[in-house]
Write a protein that binds this ligand. Sequence first.
Ligand code: SF4
Length: 324
Amino acid sequence: MKSIEELTAGILGGYLISEAEALDLLHHAETDALCDAADRVRRHFMGDRLDTCSIMNARSGRCPEDCKWCSQSVHHKTKIDVYPLTDQAEALRHARDNHDKGVGRFSLVTSGRTMTDAQIDRCVEIYRAIAAECERFRGGMLCASMGLLTREQLQRLRDAGVGSYHCNIETAPSYFPKLCSTHTLDEKLRTIGWAREAGMKICSGGIIGMGETAEQRVEMAFALRNIGVASIPVNVLNPIPGTPLENMPPLPDDAILRTFALFRLINPAVYIRFAGGRTLLRPEIQERALRSGVNAAIVGDLLTTIGSGIAQDKEMFARCGFSC
Ligand code: SF4
């Protein structure tokens, strides 16, 4: 097997490492060596600009699906705010607030398996209104995460200015059926394919620390490479009381950093995005992750949990050598 130095030189020259090589790194490379290699690869392919995005939970709770990690499923007994699809004034308020704080992207995120055509109509109007008012969110910087939509619904969102569609594969393909029984990974992949056909970039990642093995995290990174995603949001499980994963032990910091680094070495030229669970990590681990391949982050509040202060985040990104 090649050394980490040889593999890194190869990646910098355009080589895509194999699954066997990634597993060899997983099993034998020192954490610092992995993180430093990922940092070099990130700087080479992606530079020092950090991509920030903000999300609004535009419809919360009452989801018929049974995803084991999720606080919004009707199958679990959780304490979250439950509300129907947002109205335009509320969405505009959120978008303007994030825009004025200098966030790069804005996404509406809805709970539930899918959306009706009437609900998509409402979202189309909302996106048009946001694009009209928020200059920075024009030109493909609006995003959507609305479950398993049809080809036509995805095209309507694209035509309304949505540049990226978010649909997580959530975990390794080999582990997904253990976490969700009401829909399949193939259904998600079909939606992702239609979103791409409609002209949208794909944002897809998942959650680590749900009981999967380290090898399955590598499997997930390769599944995302095969899909051809532009952005990989990596959530660290925040075990929510009342969900089946409420007692899942946290991943060690080392495992989290190694995951970020391997995701970068496997997917050299995409956004590796800090997502949910970031604020559970100590500040020094967050900063080490930003020097281990991460170059994007969700900022502000998350779906059902409090996020981070945008101003403090920007200071941290600057300390780690990023502009945003
Ligand atoms: S489909 Fe989405 S909102 Fe519904 S339970 Fe799964 S992750 Fe939660």
